[in-house]
Ligand binder design. Structure first.
Ligand SMILES: *[C@@H]1O[C@H](CO)[C@@H](O)[C@H](O)[C@H]1NC(C)=O
Ligand SMILES: *[C@@H]1O[C@H](CO)[C@@H](O)[C@H](O)[C@H]1NC(C)=O
Ligand SMILES: *[C@@H]1O[C@H](CO)[C@@H](O)[C@H](O)[C@H]1NC(C)=O
Ligand SMILES: *[C@@H]1O[C@H](CO)[C@@H](O)[C@H](O)[C@H]1NC(C)=O
Ligand SMILES: *[C@@H]1O[C@H](CO)[C@@H](O)[C@H](O)[C@H]1NC(C)=O
Ligand SMILES: *[C@@H]1O[C@H](CO)[C@@H](O)[C@H](O)[C@H]1NC(C)=O
Length: 510
């Protein structure tokens, strides 16, 4: 479309006439299934947030095979130190994103010593309680088409006094490691300092004041090491749980030293809990996390910093998640809702714990076959564009609605999550649309459901077809169905729908 025509169309506000007569759009109408109607309202004049192109991020952790929770050892060979990076399915899964942000870190990162030249000790395998080595020479980094965020040990040089880590950060070993990666021409997208040491900390904590000084040390070191080298990596911190007072002080004192403020989310409680699915399907439970996103957004805005917010690690349920929940269809309601909600509060990237490892991996820990959330993430990545729109669903609370300008295509994409048992007919209420006689006459829909309607199934269906990699380990194409745009979007019980509407040209997206 010509560039002159576009604003014209946007101005001429075509009021779409909806027919409120519900035609038999759903064939599967059965006794016991109820239907509800509702409207998706979108603010068409302006967008409310912006996400990065590679908003979807996933983590790899250090946990060794011996890491067990509640009698289940769920990490297999998913540690940074033993992951099979040549596995075809794993490589294809990462490649499908081109690029996927990968954050390397986790609890053990603050106990890691880097096996660079300054470290004259034998290279021993990873054991939880002794000095660790990270043999960087085995070609494990960087992964093909991945943007690596590397978490540095922030406790080095500090002494722990009743839970508080005191004293300045000793950056000698980290600097030698960073210099080593530069010498090897490895591109590191960002260096993150510390893991879960903010606020009260997990295991140990560092005061906001001290942390700000340590981050400033890291910033100076990065400036020095990367002098004349491009691209310069981001300085990321603190990678811990949100605590408003601590974060406010940290953001203020760290000033320009930090590019990205990261926080972690495990809002579903411990993996041992038998009621995680109930929490996931409860709209008010899901809403609970909004206050954290909002509070962090306000802190960043009021401090005047140019730093942006990322969720640096989020796995839903902590202590490795829960098998047949975190790695099953039901988890996509939590995950996609988090992606949608965080984006509306101007979060720029969201790192899922984990890409592989624990019960919350996007990929199966032994076969690397995608779990349902992998496909949810991939659809999000392909369909949800940079600009986040204000979307609201008027109707049942069991529908969660998010909308973005479409990604690399015209129009908008709406994400609808149906946490309830009723089929919902969702009308999209829009003023700005292209003239009805103009070319595109369909809407593209992606309906995700669980196999046999079993929420705990690890098999997901896209438009009724099972998603699985083929015998060569290739990720399946994710193809939409075409739907008449004058019909409402049919959201069946306990399903997810991405709807790309190409002929909606709104000022917020142009
Ligand atoms: C849409 O967003 C703009 C800018 O934030 C605001 O002024 C306007 O009131 C919003 N419109 C509606 C219908 O909420
Ligand atoms: C743990 O570390 C201590 C001290 O370094 C060592 O004596 C002990 O053998 C280690 N335990 C295991 C299981 O490796
Ligand atoms: C910092 O750590 C290095 C080893 O990486 C050590 O040689 C040095 O003495 C330490 N510096 C201080 C001030 O403790
Ligand atoms: C890194 O890149 C530089 C400049 O392109 C090159 O001279 C050097 O050989 C490379 N080093 C390695 C280890 O690949
Ligand atoms: C991984 O896949 C294998 C083969 O399909 C399956 O037997 C196993 O239960 C899966 N593991 C997990 C943790 O889901
Ligand atoms: C759906 O209906 C079944 C059977 O009536 C009920 O057990 C279940 O709790 C309902 N699920 C939701 C999410 O409302």
């Amino acid at each position: 479309m010509g560039s002159q025509i576009r604003p014209l169309l946007a101005m001429s506000s075509y009021l779409l006439c909806f027919s409120f007569i519900v035609v038999n759009a759903v064939n599967e109408e059965k006794k016991g299934y109820s239907f509800e109607k509702g409207f998706v309202f979108i603010n068409e004049t302006s967008f409310i947030g912006k996400i990065e192109d590679d908003f979807v991020c996933a983590t790899l952790d250090w946990w060794p095979t011996q890491k067990c929770d509640y009698g289940r050892c769920s990490w297999g060979h998913a540690s940074l130190l033993n992951l099979d990076l040549k596995n075809n399915v794993l490589l294809n899964a990462v490649k499908a994103f081109s690029p996927l942000k990968i954050r390397l870190g986790g609890t053990l990162q603050d106990k890691v010593t880097y096996g660079t030249e300054d470290y004259h000790h034998p290279c021993t395998p990873f054991v939880r309680n002794t000095s660790r080595m990270f043999d960087f020479t085995k070609g494990c980094l960087p992964m093909h088409r991945a943007k690596i965020i590397f978490g540095l040990n922030a406790l080095n040089g500090k002494s722990i006094q009743s839970g508080s880590a005191v004293g300045p950060w000793n950056h000698t070993n980290a600097e030698s490691f960073i210099r080593y990666t530069v010498k090897k021409n490895y591109t590191i997208h960002g260096w993150e300092l510390g893991n879960e040491l903010s606020g009260k900390g997990i295991g140990a904590s560092i005061s906001a004041d001290r942390y700000a000084s340590d981050v400033s040390t890291l910033r100076h070191m990065i400036e020095d090491v990367y002098r004349g080298i491009k691209p310069k990596p981001l300085v990321i911190s603190p990678g811990g749980f949100f605590d408003a007072t601590w974060f406010k002080e940290f953001v203020t004192k760290a000033g320009k030293s930090v590019d990205v403020i990261t926080h972690h989310i495990y809002n579903l409680g411990p993996g041992v809990d038998e009621h995680i699915s109930k929490k996931i399907l409860d709209p008010s439970y899901l809403d609970g996390e909004a206050k954290t996103f909002n509070s962090l957004k306000n802190i960043l805005q009021s401090s005047g910093t140019s730093a942006t917010a990322w969720v640096g690690e989020a796995g839903g349920a902590y202590n490795s998640g829960r098998h047949l929940v975190s790695d099953a269809f039901v988890n996509s309601f939590w995950y996609l809702d988090q992606l949608g909600m965080s984006a509306t509060y101007d979060t720029r990237a969201y790192c899922r714990q984990t890409l592989v490892g624990g019960n919350y991996g996007l990929l199966n820990v032994s076969t690397f076959m995608p779990n349902p959330d992998y496909y949810s993430a991939l659809l999000w990545h392909r369909l949800m564009g940079h600009r986040v729109l204000a979307a609201r669903f008027s109707g049942t609370k069991k529908i969660r609605a998010y909308a973005h300008c479409a990604k690399q295509q015209k129009g908008i994409t709406i994400l609808l999550l149906n946490l309830g048992n009723s089929t919902v007919l969702a009308e999209v209420s829009l003023k700005f649309t292209k003239p009805p006689h103009d070319h595109v006459k369909f809407r593209e829909e992606y309906h995700l459901t669980a196999k046999n309607q079993n929420l705990h199934s690890q098999v997901m269906l896209l438009n009724g077809n099972i998603l699985r990699v083929n015998k060569d380990g290739a990720i399946p194409p994710l193809k939409p169905v075409h739907v008449d745009p004058s019909k409402p979007i049919v959201v069946t019980p306990l399903s997810v729908v991405f709807a790309h509407i190409p002929d909606v040209i709104i000022p917020a997206c142009t």
